[in-house]
Structure formats: C-alpha cells, structure tokens
Design a protein around this ligand. Sequence first.
Ligand SMILES: [Ca+2]
Length: 150
Amino acid sequence: MLDCYLVYRCVFAELTKRNCNTGEIRLTGWYNNTGRVEICNEGRWGTVCVDSWDWRDARVACRQLGHSVDKATAIIFSLGSGEIWLHDVRCTGTETRLIDCPAGPLGTHNCLHVEDAGVSCLTAGESMSSMMMLFMYCMSLQNVILEKSG
Ligand SMILES: [Ca+2]
C-alpha cells in the first residue's frame, strides 16, 4: 500500500528543530504556502485546533507568514504531534499575528491531532497544484483503505 506520509516526508524534509519565539508561526506542508499551521509557545512548536477555525483566522495566519491573503482558506492538511497550543481561535481577520486573536488559554483544549488546523494562502491567480491534488487524493484513498481494514 502506498504510504502517503512516507512520500510526503521524502519530498519535504521536516523542518529542523530549533528554539522559537512565542507567537511565531510556521507552515508544514507544500510550497511554503499551504499546510498545517504550527505556533511556538515556551520555545516549542505545537499545533492549532480547528474548533472555530475559519477564513478569518486563515487570513491572519497567511498575513503573519508573509503570504497572500487573497484566497486565504482554512483547511485540515495533515496530523501534527506534540502540544496543541491554540484552540477556539476567533480572529476578526485584521490582526497582524495569530497570537493577537482572541482564543482559549494557550495549551488548554479538548482537541485531537486529527483536528489540527491548516491554511492555504494561494494568490488570486494561483490554483491548487496538481502535486497537492495528488497528495490530497492519496490521503483520501488511504483513509478509505484504513476504514475498510479497521
Ligand atoms: Ca475563528
């Protein structure tokens, strides 16, 4: 069976671990503008829960990352690990940084990593790449296989 994550890890090496500053965010995914959102707290990278995660929050994440906000979209991209730092994020869409948005207290949540939030920060003229469509398709097939065998 095709292991999508193996392919994914081969193509896109994990970002090296380093100390980070609280409030800093990064994307783990494709072409630097689509992927899982990770936020730094206490010097460690963690994830964001999709509870109330929408285009306003995606807009702020894309802005903070320095990407286009034209087509900022909230997505679920892939599963992270470690801490789930942010949940119940309620940006108005105009904030500069994700950590400036109203949200639940850092580190408190009722989420699982299957609920890790992601964003797509495509520009107005850009559409989802065929490689990414293939990845999403591969993931959906794998999920079907897992459901059938489980
Ligand atoms: Ca929200």
